[in-house]
Design a protein around this ligand. Sequence first.
Ligand code: HSE
Length: 315
Amino acid sequence: MSARRPVRARAYTSIANLGYGFDVFGLCVDAGSDVVEVLQETTGIELTVDGPHAGGIPVDSGANTAGVAAIALMTHHGITDGVRLRITKGIRCGSGTGSSAASAAAAVTAVDAFFALGCSREQLVRFAAEGERASAGAAHADNVAAAVFGGLTICDARGRESVGVTHLTPPADLRVVIALPEIKIATSVARAALPEGVPMADYSAGCARCAMIVAALMRGDIAAFGRAVEGSFVDRVRGALIPGFEAVRKGAKAAGAAGVTISGAGPAVAAIMGVDGDPEGVARAMRAGFSQAGVESDIHIAGVADGAAVLEMDA
Ligand code: HSE
């Protein structure tokens, strides 16, 4: 059998939830990316991890989100060939910016191209979500949907066999200022902090805010989008896990952000605004908010990113 040519794919960071849209919305933004290269191997699934955020990432393919996603895709197609996954981690894990999802999305995109499987993007989301099960204990698909499709995604998890994804293109002048404090919160811990059920008043408010998010994005109204991501019980509960969250939120709003929410499971905090505002001023205010709580932070000013894609081999 002739050797297959290596394939490399990149996937970007994402902000899941957007307030009330827990496990539903994902917004793909360029605040870093992971790259996964697939190469032929004699047998089994081998894995290597390097890059600036490789520390602590498992190299056992059964425990690594990219490995688990690749195995799910290959098993579904009855593929028993050996492969090596070479992961370059450009996204910090445990930050709430879809680090595991980006690895899984890049892995399934690269494996799909390597074996010329021709999977749809919805199919890739389903396999990538299996990677999330390995890292978060639940196959939530909001980050992987955004990482696979790019732009904004609305995820309708219909059980293990299928995930419906609706894709929207957000306004090009949308900016998200993301503050990543130097602490980690495991997604499993942030999920366990949430209540089993919600009061009807919260359910009703959540339906309204989610509808407002979609309407605002469809008419390009960034101010309304920002208002709609705020006030969720998810942020109220999880905000208590993030030192300085209230100061960061208030500082960003005072500096002109249209709205502020926890990015995914946190601890990253995301401020929504237009490019015509003062993203640098918002960034300074968010950094100062974390500093007051004695926490250093990295700041990214990000625009909307495209979905996972195969790279030219010399890129
Ligand atoms: N929807 C998931 C959660 C996203 O909030 O737990 C994790 O990044």
